[in-house]
Write a protein that binds this ligand. Structure first.
Ligand code: UD1
Length: 342
């Protein structure tokens, strides 16, 4: 029987890809998801890829009793990858309490349920904790800057909760992964990002425009201090990102952690502008994109990309897929969901 890893939020965008890569690496993924921002049909999609339907539990992690019952009934879970959280920056500004309640209660309930039990724990953090870094590429040693939104604040405070908990309770072995901008989809085009309503993020907006769901895409500003004036980000293929979680679990399992709370950047180390992303989409798919230059978006960071040296050295993980792979796979997924709506 292979090692069981709990994946909270396992039917979501990054969660579903991680379930697949865990399975490919020989683990047995077990999913908890309340389906508040995903579809139960993703389980069938995962089955089409890996040939088996993962064990699935539908409940809200904010319910401490349900979390405790799950932990009592599943003593063979050896690791947790905790994705389940709200993640829309703009919405978090409108609904701060919902964000703090959901993102903290779920984390605290999980940690509390494992009190005293040995557990390997991977947390979904974000490069948003760096704000606009003073030095690029940004390393893990860079200071955490004041959060721009309640969403960003939940990531910062969650990291503090984890560090403080790990400091006093050695049963927890924790890795926080600071993701840069996850995009793309599985090469099968059977799983991918399912934005609800109008997407706020760049790549789903690009693919929805190309397929005709949106008239045009606006580039938010071309007067930044960058090569072509548009913002720079570190886009990372979701399958590479998923594999970083597997690497983090392995590091802890193999007893390689230097401390029981560690932080890693998960990016490619390469900055790409918004216009470069648009051109990579056009070049790799052959689709023409109707785009225009518009004003800057409030709260946007000019440029951020990560130094992934520590992840490469210590996790033995490196991003392998490039921006063309990201665009092509995101486009195949967009076409798939047009013909197979969720
Ligand atoms: C945003 C969040 C970040 C979060 C991440 C999740 C902010 C400030 N940051 O990152 O905390 O972790 O989403 O994926 O909101 N763009 C356009 N036109 C569009 C959409 C986006 O030009 O229609 C540009 C943006 O200005 C930005 C880049 O594309 O320069 C990427 O934007 P987006 O995908 O929203 O990600 P971030 O803003 O980097």
């Amino acid at each position: 029987m292979s090692t069981k890893i709990l994946v909270t939020g396992g039917t979501g965008f990054i969660g579903s890809h991680t379930v697949v890569e865990l399975y490919n690496a020989g683990y047995t993924p077990v999913i908890i998801d309340d389906l508040s921002n995903s579809s139960v049909k993703i389980l069938d999609q995962i089955e089409k890829i890996i040939g088996m339907k993962p064990e699935f539990h539908q409940f809200d992690l904010c319910d401490q009793n349900k979390v405790n019952d799950f932990v009592a009934a599943n003593p063979d879970i050896k690791g947790i990858i905790h994705f389940a959280a709200f993640k829309a920056v703009g919405e978090s500004v409108q609904k701060p309490l919902e964000y703090y309640r959901n993102n903290f209660f779920s984390l605290i309930n999980l940690l509390a349920a494992y009190k005293g039990k040995p557990i390997n724990f991977v947390f979904s953090s974000s490069c948003t904790v760096y704000g606009q870094p003073d030095v690029l590429p940004v390393t893990e040693a860079a200071p955490v800057k004041k959060a721009e939104s309640p969403y960003g604040n939940t990531k910062q405070i969650a990291e503090e909760i984890l560090a403080e908990t790990a400091a006093v309770s050695k049963n927890y072995n924790i890795v926080a992964l600071r993701y840069f901008n996850p995009v793309g989809a599985h090469e099968s085009a059977l799983i991918g990002e399912l934005p609800i309503g109008v997407p706020q993020n760049l790549v789903p907006f690009i693919t929805q425009t190309a397929i005709g769901k949106r008239d045009k895409i606006t580039v938010f500003g071309n007067d930044y201090d960058t090569a072509d004036g548009s913002c720079v980000r570190d886009y990372i293929h979701v399958v590479d990102l998923a594999n970083a979680h597997v690497a983090a679990i392995k590091r802890m399992e193999e007893g390689k952690s230097k401390a029981n709370y560690e932080v890693y950047n998960i990016g490619t180390g390469k900055g790409t502008t918004v216009l470069e992303v648009i051109h990579a989409f056009e070049d790799s798919t052959g689709e023409k994109l109707n785009y225009m230059i518009g004003p800057r978006r409030a709260g946007d960071i000019e440029k951020v990309y990560g130094d992934a040296t520590k992840s490469t050295k210590e996790l033995g993980w490196t991003a392998e897929l490039n921006i063309e792979d990201m665009m092509k796979s995101a486009w195949e997924w967009e076409k798939y969901i047009k013909n197979n709506p969720f």
